[in-house]
Structure formats: structure tokens, C-alpha cells
Design a protein around this ligand. Structure first.
Ligand code: ZN
Length: 69
């Protein structure tokens, strides 16, 4: 009857652990993907994720290609 117990109570817990593991593996991936801001104002050189520069109040942000070590 142990197999029946595992089938009823074991599998949901295993699914829960698998989901948790999946989240833990996703977080570092997402962190490396987003990382630091990759937009920079071509006028005042402000760096941030905004499309519009908050200093110049204009659409002056351009993408920055960062060199990865
Ligand atoms: Zn600016």
C-alpha cells in the first residue's frame, strides 16, 4: 500500500519541488539576460532602462553594447 500512498501524497509534493527547482534555475538566467541597463542617452550619457531620457526629456536613449568579460 506504500505505492498508493506515494501516488496520492507523493506526487503533488514532487511536482511542487520540481516547480520550485524550475524557478530557481530560471532566476539566474533572467538575471544574466537583463543585467545592468543597456540604454544610454547620447546627449548627457545617462544610463538606464528608460526609452526617454529623464534628464533631457527626449527620445535620446540609444542601445549600448556592453563587452562581457
Ligand atoms: Zn539625456
Amino acid at each position: 500500500m506504500v505505492w498508493l500512498w506515494n501516488r496520492i501524497f507523493g506526487e503533488p509534493r514532487r511536482i511542487e519541488i520540481e516547480e520550485r527547482d524550475e524557478k530557481q534555475t530560471r532566476v539566474p538566467l533572467r538575471a544574466t539576460e537583463t543585467g545592468p541597463p543597456d540604454l544610454m542617452c547620447r546627449v548627457c550619457r545617462y544610463e538606464g532602462p528608460e526609452r526617454y531620457c529623464p534628464t533631457c526629456l527626449a527620445d535620446t536613449m540609444k542601445e549600448v553594447r556592453r563587452k562581457r568579460p
